[in-house]
Design a protein around this ligand. Structure first.
Ligand code: C2E
Ligand code: MG
Ligand code: MG
Ligand code: MG
Length: 277
């Protein structure tokens, strides 16, 4: 019986695999096309707030609605673009949208996620990104580039140089998803960045007493190295309290607002202003 089951299982598995691979091929072709036409593509913005409740920034997040499959998760689309080597085209699109958003909100800093794949090959990434934002009429200082440990473990020497040139040009650099990797603390000493983004697992543990101590320690270390700290994935009042009690400088999460279109963001800012007035 076990044998027969195994056989069925593997046939089922291979049909599933076929379906997955077919979907994958289809998404690859269609994403490439979408990047050429812009159809179904969007960039959403999620507000970042300081302890006084003021909106101080936004994170730009790639969005793709497929004509047949509907919304595709950002991580899936990004992974396809990375593997199929059109991540640079996707990244330029997001950066241009983010820069235009930044131009309409000069008081906000706008964060853009970077893929490790953008750092590969001998290229002057800083010059390329600098040219794009200046074409859109904004200063790099208004743009924060989010990198992850996934990048830092690749080719450390080269990364260190590229991060340094990005910062020399005026871009701010943030370490995203902090706390999910292994040797985070070492990276903090080695790679100079401007901001630490505490992963949402910190927020999720807010109910646990010790977690305040852990967040406080992480924030203390970051501050002693001259870094700002933002907590992401805040969903409840309690998580917000823990973040600010631990000394975080800013927060981001669905408790305040989910990522939204640039137009909806304008309305959100309006409603914040009228709430404050
Ligand atoms: P990330 O950079 O850590 O972005 C934060 C993710 O958490 C976003 O998911 C956001 O929608 C989600 N989020 C925000 N607030 C909450 C909350 O309160 N609770 C929960 N559960 N989630 C929240 P999203 O948009 O699906 O993006 C997933 C990941 O895909 C991002 O994680 C980032 O690594 C990548 N990504 C998104 N856009 C881009 C892009 O333009 N370029 C690159 N290279 N990567 C991107
Ligand atoms: Mg991010
Ligand atoms: Mg993150
Ligand atoms: Mg991430």
């Amino acid at each position: 019986a076990a044998k027969a089951g195994g056989k069925n299982c593997s046939r089922f598995f291979s049909q599933e695999m076929d379906a997955l691979l077919q979907r994958r091929d289809r998404l690859e072709t269609d994403l490439k096309l979408a990047l050429a036409t812009g159809e179904g593509l969007n960039v959403h913005f999620q507000p970042q707030l300081a302890a006084d409740g003021k909106v101080v920034g936004a994170e730009a997040l790639f969005r793709w609605t497929h004509s047949e499959f509907g919304d595709i998760a950002a991580v899936e689309a990004i992974a396809i673009a990375e593997e199929c080597r059109f991540i640079d085209i996707l990244a330029e699109r997001v950066l241009r949208d983010a820069a235009r958003f930044a131009r309409s909100w000069p008081s906000l800093s706008v964060a853009v996620n970077m893929s490790p794949a953008q750092f590969t090959g001998s290229r002057d990434l800083a010059a390329e990104l600098g040219r794009i934002v200046s074409e859109e009429g904004v200063s790099p200082s208004q743009i924060e580039l989010e990198i992850t440990e996934r990048l830092l473990v690749t080719d450390e020497d080269d990364c260190e140089k590229q991060i340094a040139s990005l910062r020399n040009l005026g871009f701010r650099v943030a370490l995203d998803d902090f706390g999910t990797g292994y040797s985070s603390l070492n990276y903090l000493r080695r790679f100079k960045v401007d901001r630490l983004k505490l992963d949402r697992t910190f927020a999720l543990n807010a109910e646990i007493n010790e977690s305040v101590a852990i967040v406080r320690a992480a924030v203390g270390l970051a501050h002693s190295l001259g870094l700002d700290v933002i907590a992401e994935g805040i969903e409840t009042k309690l998580q917000e309290r823990v973040a600010f009690e631990a000394g975080c400088d800013a927060v981001q999460g669905n408790f305040y607002a989910a990522p939204m279109t640039a137009t909806a963001f304008a309305a959100f800012l309006d409603s914040q202003d009228s709430a404050a007035a």
